[in-house]
Ligand binder design. Sequence first.
Ligand SMILES: Cc1cc2nc3c(=O)[nH]c(=O)nc-3n(C[C@H](O)[C@H](O)[C@H](O)COP(=O)(O)OP(=O)(O)OC[C@H]3O[C@@H](n4cnc5c(N)ncnc54)[C@H](O)[C@@H]3O)c2cc1C
Length: 342
Amino acid sequence: MKPFDVVIIGAGPAGSATAISCARHGLRVALIERQAFPRFRPGESLHPGIEPLLQQLGAAEQLCGRTARRFDGHWVHWDGAPRFNGFGADDRGAWQGFHLERAQLDAALLSSAAALGVEVNQPCRARRVLTQSNRVIGVETDSGCFYATCLIDASGAGCWLGRQLGLPVRHCSPPLVARYGYLQGHSATYATAAHLLADPDGWTWIAQVEPQLLHWTRLTFENNGRSASLPLALHAFPAVGPIRGADVTWRITTTAAGAGYFLVGDAANRLDPASSHGVLKALMSGMQAAQAVVDCLCKPALQIPAQAQYRHWLNAGFARDMTHLRNFYRQHPCPPSWLPAA
Ligand SMILES: Cc1cc2nc3c(=O)[nH]c(=O)nc-3n(C[C@H](O)[C@H](O)[C@H](O)COP(=O)(O)OP(=O)(O)OC[C@H]3O[C@@H](n4cnc5c(N)ncnc54)[C@H](O)[C@@H]3O)c2cc1C
């Protein structure tokens, strides 16, 4: 196998953003993705902050054109009367998020990476991390071994490299499972903006993600074995596909950068979907890690400080988002019993 500067495990938004940013700096990059695309992944509601990132990553033209489903914010039925949470505005008008099928986002980012010369290996599964003298030097896959100066874990919530290396993980909530599904039909209530509805057990998010497709996600704060019960208003719509579940326990890998490796996206840290910008964080962490990788490769003396700075950036962002989410949950009519005192 030929050696690479950077090998990335996972071609979701975090992995593709890392690949594109590294390739733009002239690095030799390989991406390893175990699934053939299009893959299924929830998370169609995207924060407006993603648009400038997609521009930098060469995917905005394909994704943010006139056909995109835009929205200015969402309705929150939480404490008191429903309120509209707008994203904000500037002199050009309201900032707008957009609903985008994940398959489209994946395809646009991956084609941008391939156009920059990234070697895409798909389907190809990472099997075992390769180390030498306590340094990560590559990965064994079902298509052979890939050697790299830097290995990036963008494997999502499974945190493949973290588990291989036994990296310490800090859990900041009890185990949480989000249930989610899709319904066929159009609802005037959700067509212009998504709604986040509190109930005695937790919350439900409902968004019209396509003209004839509604998405819902439900989280109960306690007792995760409980089956998902949907708001009455949704009972009239037929289900599309099964109800699925995802582990959304709040957690962070505290050593998300070390000798020969970086963790990005959900592999590095994760909150539940009410923090609402998982894809934005995935793209940002990929781009930030790429800059750290470039620093490490150009100036070996910068390796330790670049890793430390990346860890600090991740930890600070996670702490900020978690404080924000805790404060939001404290305003819930029945806040989770596990929230620490303010
Ligand atoms: C129910 C739910 C709703 C959500 N809604 C939103 C939303 O509306 N907006 C939003 O911004 N975020 C949302 N999120 C969060 C968002 O989906 C994630 O934060 C985002 O997908 C993280 O991107 P990633 O690139 O880190 O990981 P992923 O998108 O999970 O990609 C990881 C990739 O790694 C690959 N991989 C894993 N292991 C291996 C291996 N061993 N070898 C090779 N490849 C491997 C996987 O196949 C996958 O393609 C939601 C999450 C959930 C659970």
